[in-house]
Ligand binder design. Sequence first.
Ligand code: RUQ
Length: 653
Amino acid sequence: MKQFNKQATSLLLAAGMGLAATAAWSADNLADVLKARGLSQQDLLAAAKTYVPTGKRDEFVAFSSGGQSGQVIVYSIPSMRILKYIGVFTPEPWQGYGFDESSKKVLAQGRIDGKDITWGDTHHPAISETNGEYDGQFLFINDKANPRLAVIDLRDFETKQIVVNPIFKSEHGGAFVTTNTEYVIEAAQYPAPLENKKFYPLEEMNEKYRGGVTYWKFDRKEGRIVTKDSFSLELPPYWQDLSDAGKGASEGWSFTNSFCSERYVGGIEKGRPPYEAGCSAKDTDYLHVINWKKAAEVVKAGKAKKINGHDVISIETAVKEGLLYLIPEPKSPHGVDVTPDGKHIVVAGKLDTHVSVYSFEKIQAAIKAGKFESKDAYGIPVIGMKDALHTQVSLGLGPLHTQYDSKACVAYTSLYVDSQVAKWNYCEGKVLDKISVHYNIGHLMTMEGDSTKPAGKYLVALNKLSIDRFVPVGPLQPQSHQLIDISGDKMQLLYDMPLPLGEPHYVVAIDAKKLKPAVRYKVGTDSRTDKPHPGAVRAGEEKIVRKGNKVEVFGTLIRSHITPETIDVEVGDEVTINLTNLERAQDETHGFTVSTYNVHASVEPGKTVAVKFKADKEGVYPYYCTEFCSALHLEMMGYMLVKPKGWKPSAKK
Ligand code: RUQ
């Protein structure tokens, strides 16, 4: 997209003004509209930069965490229009997610200790990468509360897999992918015993509690994580936080922040200072530097131990094999963000005004020379901060997370306390510009800003508070995403967007042209397994099969008809209704529900789904298509007749 230049705006404005001089007030007159709506020239410019006329499309697609909703929110940039919610850890009826049999199985993969968990605290989405560039094939997102990770296929924007972390009790440093998505990384947050269902008192934190990093092996061809080829590194009970994978110069390595390396045990009730005080007593915490490539070989060589059936490299082994190093970092950091060339690692410490730029070259040199300033309490070599630092830059209060520009050496860091974004040069260590945001920015995101080739152009500030920005909707307010133009020297605020579904911790945005979503499935596909659905039938082959008290319907949907039109069952029957959408036309989705039986399915063109339930009450239950699909949509229905056992039509008449 061409930069909309100032001259063009003035011309546009002048044209409007000119008209105003000759015409009476008119709703079609630009100057009149500006005046009536109280808009400035700046507003007009921002509108022109973000407005996408009908029929035209946005340039970037953003995938936002849906926070406590356990979903993902998809919107496009620069218009900031919401396109879709993707059900991930939470049932989502529009997509039938958690209502049809196949999607129920996906959600069931996320059961923990034999129990359904129907919500998730989604934090950090990551797009799959090829050679460090976003490839638009898959999206991964973590659940912090119930340590899980989900795989979303971007061919149909559906959740295909959920894996439960076998050793963590909470997880925050994920998802981050390695350069070719060999692994999806997630790090623990609050340390706990790694063995499942094992209790040790808090006082034994140093000995019995552990953190860690998990490397989930991703099979791109299958589009699934392979749990048996995945492994973890045991880490000390420093509270691990955000992570990032190395790239370019640092390919094969990963970096994980920590806070509360004090390993503090709180307890106001026991007369001890609270966690927030005890956890920030020291001036520094530790950046973990891990050689994951070598770690994978160590696991292959059989040097990992099994915990809960999962390969875990002990701290001892990691140190012996030269996999794990620590570097002090300013206390309570949040983001650790590798530069596009992989040469530097930027750490932002919330409680320090500086961002610290570490040099991977220096880190390598220290490791090679065996130059360590000490060992930590667990025997892990600690590289001196000054031996690893490239520079430190004072940006402002509460630096939190960093993203990169397409321009060399240019980075953007969110300043939580100052409610600002700082634009700065990490090579020369100087501040270039600042802009205020509304308010309390957490993360920020530039277009393809995690990749080896950031696309520049726009930045989105993910603000925790929106306070006075939108029409009030009660005490629980939406968070706000503010779109900022970063194409010029000075950042310019363009647009405020409310995020109405949970706390959007983090977002990633990809060039829309890289996404190649399908418009239909091959007829008879089970979209959650990507395989032919056993319940699929062609037109004319529809049937109802009864085996004992099991009734299985093989039906089809096509405008404006559900086949079969009647389903006869008896009370107590177990009913499975398979439905195939026979449409070839784009966007001709049908839905399906049976009155009061709490079933719903979304059946996109070509898809086959099954809903299953017990017909446990006698009566007459209409079923119908839930997606308005044609002029005769309301006629697209039928009846499920649940008859008393042994019921016979009377012979009368
Ligand atoms: S996060 S801002 Cu930084 Cu996972 Cu919430």
